[in-house]
Design a protein around this ligand. Structure first.
Ligand code: GDP
Ligand code: GDP
Length: 438
């Protein structure tokens, strides 16, 4: 199991941590958002340089508070991020020079006792050589000058990082974690749900305009299990992306779904299932992902209409192509329903990995075809000789038949129902593949 070393970027707000993070992971995914947003405290990405892989962690999702309201939060999150770090990149701003908050960060780093690489950012010109002498006062050695914005000297920085990486990480991060994508239309409550799942301790919610990113991977542990949340929050109606937001959000959803094992499709209880929801559900089905449907904002449904069974039925009808998805009701803003959501995710993931032994599967096939033989088409009848499971995630069953063209979708549906009646495949699609046998 290749455990990757963890490199954490720390520094006071606005020194360019996020810019550096994006530069080092080789993509510029940050969305700068003009309205108040929710930012998470840590963002992980895999990075690679000179054949060495490591996990880069950005703690930059916190913005400057006007009167230091978030200071305690910064301290806590930096301390938490450092716990797992093999190396800290301590970023300072060459433009502003040494600031009192830099000393606060330096203290935290000293206490954590982790290796530190001092990085002086915003050195946009190297001629004449930048004057960085004042940063020696931090007691962190020689600052390495870079310009994150312009990509100057970042190769040297990567060299320096790789040179300081330990052979093996001291901790494992997200290796066998269950990857869960939170998808849905803008404003259904995805960010709120993510925050509710992660819990207040791991999240800093800021009411101050800040930077939100669009593909956020957040590892967390719950009940001794590891998860990575992949969420598309940060997509806002007023995002400055040129694409229409709806289209952009569909794009992000597809990427998130592709990278996940389980997709959580979030619906707004007041709005019910919209065509956009159906599109996203269709993407999840096509990708073959396990899925859980969340009906959020359940509190906004008037008490006399708050009928879970009726909602389930309506959703089952509107999203019949993922009729196997469990439906969970939540109030993200109050943290309600989160336990059941995680359980449903666990179940869906486990079912997607379920293996039916060949003997049992063939017995099931035999009984199913005896009870309800395949219908005839043009004087020919489908014959199923035998079959076996050939894949998981999603489960795939290969059937050897006389002629694949004779399989009717309704008979396929029948076989699937028989299979689902015998084995718990809640939350996962199952696929049948046909092969001609002579
Ligand atoms: P963070 O709060 O530490 O994550 O900082 P950000 O990455 O959000 O950057 C803060 C500001 O500094 C933004 O306006 C960036 O565009 C700017 N910035 C980041 N890196 C550089 C750089 O190398 N040169 C210059 N001139 N500006 C930069
Ligand atoms: P996103 O765009 O999908 O990430 O949605 P947000 O998490 O930003 O939520 C959109 C709005 O709905 C915010 O004003 C939230 O406070 C609100 N909201 C989210 N979940 C709930 C909920 O369960 N109940 C109520 N009443 N409001 C919610």
């Amino acid at each position: 199991m290749g455990e990757k070393p963890v490199v954490v970027i720390v520094g006071r707000p606005n020194v360019g941590k996020s810019t550096l993070f994006n530069r080092l992971v080789g993509e510029r995914a940050a969305i700068v958002e003009a309205e108040p947003g929710v930012t998470r405290d840590r963002i992980y990405r895999e990075a690679e340089w000179s054949g060495r892989e490591f996990l880069l962690v950005d703690t930059g999702g916190v913005v400057a508070a006007p009167e230091g309201a978030i200071e305690a939060g910064i301290r806590r999150q930096v301390a938490q991020a450092l716990e797992k770090a093999d190396l800290a990149l301590f970023v300072v701003d060459a433009g502003t020079g040494l600031m009192p908050e830099d000393r606060v960060v330096a203290d935290l780093l000293r206490r954590a006792g982790k290796p530190v690489l001092l990085v002086a950012n915003k050195v946009d010109r190297f001629d004449p050589p930048p004057a960085l002498g004042e940063f020696y006062a931090l007691g962190m050695g020689e600052p390495l000058p870079v310009s994150a914005a312009q990509g100057l000297n970042t190769g040297d920085l990567l060299d320096a990082i790789v040179a300081r990486l330990p052979e093996k990480s001291s901790r494992q991060v997200g290796e066998e974690a269950l990857r869960v994508a939170i998808v849905g239309r803008p404003n259904v409550g995805k960010s709120s749900l993510v925050n509710a799942i992660l819990g207040a301790e791991r999240v800093i919610v800021s009411e101050i305009p800040g930077t939100t990113r669009d593909a956020v991977d957040t590892p967390f542990q719950r009940g001794g299990k590891s998860y990575v949340l992949i969420d598309t929050a940060g997509i806002r109606r007023k995002s400055r992306i040129d694409l229409p937001v709806e289209r952009y959000s569909v794009l992000r959803a597809r990427k998130a779904i592709d990278r996940a094992q389980v997709a959580v499709l979030v619906l707004d209880a007041l709005e019910g299932v919209t065509t956009q929801d159906q599109r996203i559900a269709g993407m999840i089905e096509e990708a073959g992902r396990a899925v859980v449907v969340v009906v959020n904002k359940w509190d906004l449904v008037p008490a006399e209409r708050r009928d879970a069974a009726a909602f389930r039925e309506a959703i089952g009808y509107a999203l019949d192509f993922i009729g196997y998805a469990p439906v969970v009701f939540t109030v993200a803003t109050a943290g309600k329903g989160i336990g059941r959501l995680i359980e449903a995710v666990d179940t869906a993931a486990a079912n997607a990995c379920r293996r039916v032994p060949a003997g049992e599967f063939n017995a099931l096939l035999q009984e199913a075809t005896l009870r309800n033989p395949p219908p005839q088409a043009a004087g020919k009848r489908l014959k199923i000789f035998h079959g076996s499971q050939v894949g998981t995630n999603p489960p795939v069953f290969l059937l050897y038949v006389n002629d694949p063209r004779l399989m009717h979708f309704s008979y396929r549906r029948y076989l699937e129902n028989q299979l689902r009646a015998a084995y718990d495949f809640t939350g996962t699609p199952v696929r049948f593949k046909l092969r001609r046998k002579r």
